[in-house]
Ligand binder design. Structure first.
Ligand SMILES: [Zn+2]
Length: 357
């Protein structure tokens, strides 16, 4: 006989996998960046926490809001994000709660807790928190989570019914009821959690775009994530009322830091070179792979939020004495995250231009 409980979970996993989209928040991290993230998390020095009292917290938050809110609104409008109006009408607030946390509620208002404002080492770190929460607003995560929780519960009820029909004795009405209730409960939990890892990474990417727009150094985000990683409560962060459940699917801290480093480098590269269109950035990434022999090159555009990679798959010398490189490219849109990809081979004679075959 099938063990009760196993089947609903298996069916649920299938249902939830079927409805979960693939988000691509910025560029993927390399193995070297994952290693660097672990090192940063363990040994990087951090500014001392400021330990601000209530009045100083209000003053700091007011400064940060004045600076970050207009930038977040510009990013939202430019990238056709959701709830852009709410960024202007809902002023972020401070709460007396001691947990090191911040959240967005159903009306898209951002709340930063006393615990977090006290723990932060600078206004820039608070700016990184606010920008991250605005990321959730722009990507419409609160509404999506409500929808996911509902879809999960429905899937769970169905799975519970199917499982009940298989494992319950027909004369045992209580068994069937238990299975359906258990399925619904599991589904509700899994549905609400299904996207949360992706949501955190996506909000981090928007945060990087907002901080860039506001002229805040992106190192502030690394400091904040490192501080949270070294704080037990920080690891349990999330969405306020759902915070407890969130903790279990929060991305590993080093994964978030690695992604932050990857996106920071790609965005800083765009700023340093002054390249401003996706086509220019993608073409420069291709040039780096072709000319420098790099295995992979990433780009991210601070203006559009779009990003991409170019990856060499094969290098060889042709019979005619040309150097040839086969490579694949991918690019992602910030909003909607549509993916496009292709593959090409380019060859050149020594010192000559690359020609795509
Ligand atoms: Zn978050």
């Amino acid at each position: 006989m099938t063990a009760p409980g196993l089947l609903p979970v298996a069916v649920l996993a299938f249902l939830l996998a079927a409805c979960s989209g693939v988000d691509r928040p910025g560029v993927p991290a390399t193995g070297a960046e994952r290693q660097e993230a672990r090192r940063v998390m363990q040994t990087a020095p951090l500014p001392r926490q400021r330990g601000l009292g209530e009045a100083a917290q209000h003053a700091s938050l007011a400064r940060v809001v004045r600076h970050i809110r207009p930038a977040a609104h510009r990013v939202c409008v430019r990238m056709k994000g959701a709830n852009c109006g709410a960024i202007l009408t809902r002023i972020p607030v401070r709460s007396d709660r001691r947990e090191i946390n911040a959240h967005v509620d159903g009306s898209h208002r951002v709340t930063l807790n006393d615990g977090l404002l006290r723990k932060a080492g600078s206004d820039e770190e608070i700016a990184a928190v606010l920008a991250h929460e605005y990321g959730h607003v722009i990507a419409d995560h609160v509404d999506k989570r409500m929808g996911d929780a509902g879809t999960g519960a429905l899937g769970g009820l169905l799975a519970g019914t199917v499982a009940g029909a298989v494992v319950c004795d027909r004369s045992n009405k209580g068994c069937m009821g238990d299975m359906v209730r258990a399925g619904g409960g599991i589904g509700l939990g899994l549905g609400a959690l299904a996207y949360s890892k992706q949501h955190e990474l996506e909000a981090d990417y928007y945060a990087a775009l907002i901080l860039t727009e506001a002229g805040v150094p992106l190192s502030a985000g690394e400091q904040l994530l490192t501080r949270l990683a070294r704080t037990r409560e920080g690891r349990a962060g999330g969405y306020g009322p759902l915070g407890v459940a969130m903790a279990r699917t929060h991305p590993a801290d080093d994964e978030r830091i690695a992604r932050w480093i990857a996106n920071r480098r790609a965005l800083e590269y765009a700023l340093a070179t002054g390249l401003s269109t996706d086509a220019q950035l993608a073409s420069e990434a291709r040039r780096r792979v072709l000319d420098s022999g790099a295995g992979e090159s990433r780009w991210a555009n601070p203006r559009t939020g779009h990003s991409g990679t170019v990856t060499a798959t094969k290098r060889w010398r042709s019979a005619a004495g040309e150097t040839c490189v086969s490579y694949g490219w991918k690019s992602w849109q910030a909003a909607g995250r549509a993916e496009t990809q292709g593959a090409e081979t380019a060859c050149r004679r020594a010192g000559g231009p690359w020609r795509v075959r």
